[in-house]
Design a protein around this ligand. Structure first.
Ligand SMILES: CC(C)(COP(=O)(O)OP(=O)(O)OC[C@H]1O[C@@H](n2cnc3c(N)ncnc32)[C@H](O)[C@@H]1OP(=O)(O)O)[C@@H](O)C(=O)NCCC(=O)NCCS
Length: 147
């Protein structure tokens, strides 16, 4: 558990997530427009780490999840901060929470996809895979249309 600005508590666990709040957030993103609540819950349930920032009143302020084998690989996804809570460090704090989590200490390969939030992740050490040290030619991807 991590406290931020004496205002938010960062916690992990699907049982701490208010899906009535997180589902509409994700259904209004560019990456999962209109996603069903069932898919949001299923994805969280099958994630290795589910991170929430909660206000002092216990309200959901942000959400993010990690898909991982907890050994070598981890993928950050669905990172979102409630509009009124943005710009207070929650996005970066959630990334740090994952990177420093003891269950992920041996994970060497961390990745994510973003359209326009590169700056947030660059501050946490992420680099575009076009950087030579990322050895772009080793990465492959298959993007399938959702069924
Ligand atoms: C992107 C998002 C998660 C960032 O969270 P946040 O809590 O507002 O960001 P933080 O306060 O932790 O800090 C972000 C830092 O990165 C910088 N930054 C760079 N690009 C940014 C971007 N596109 N959005 C937000 N911050 C950005 C900020 O200037 C800030 O720097 P500072 O600490 O020097 O002030 C949040 O704005 C959000 O939910 N946006 C809509 C959903 C989204 O795009 N999610 C990302 C999907 S990959």
């Amino acid at each position: 558990m991590t406290i931020i600005h004496d205002e938010y508590e960062l916690v992990d666990g699907i049982e701490r997530v208010d899906f009535d709040c997180v589902h509409p957030w994700l259904a209004n993103t560019y990456w999962t427009p209109g996603i069903s609540r069932e898919k949001v819950v299923r994805a969280a349930k099958h994630s290795a780490l589910v991170i929430s920032a909660l206000t002092r009143e216990g309200k959901q302020a942000s959400f993010g999840r990690i898909v991982s084998d907890k050994t070598r690989f981890a993928y950050l996804t669905d990172f979102i901060v409630g509009e009124e809570h943005r710009g207070k460090g929650l996005g970066q704090a959630m990334v740090r929470f994952a990177l420093e989590h003891p269950e992920f200490s041996t994970v060497t390969n961390w990745c994510l996809m973003t359209l326009d939030a590169h700056g947030v992740y660059e501050k946490m050490g992420f680099k575009p895979i076009t950087e030579p040290e990322c050895k772009t030619d080793r990465w492959m991807a298959l993007i399938r249309k959702p069924s």
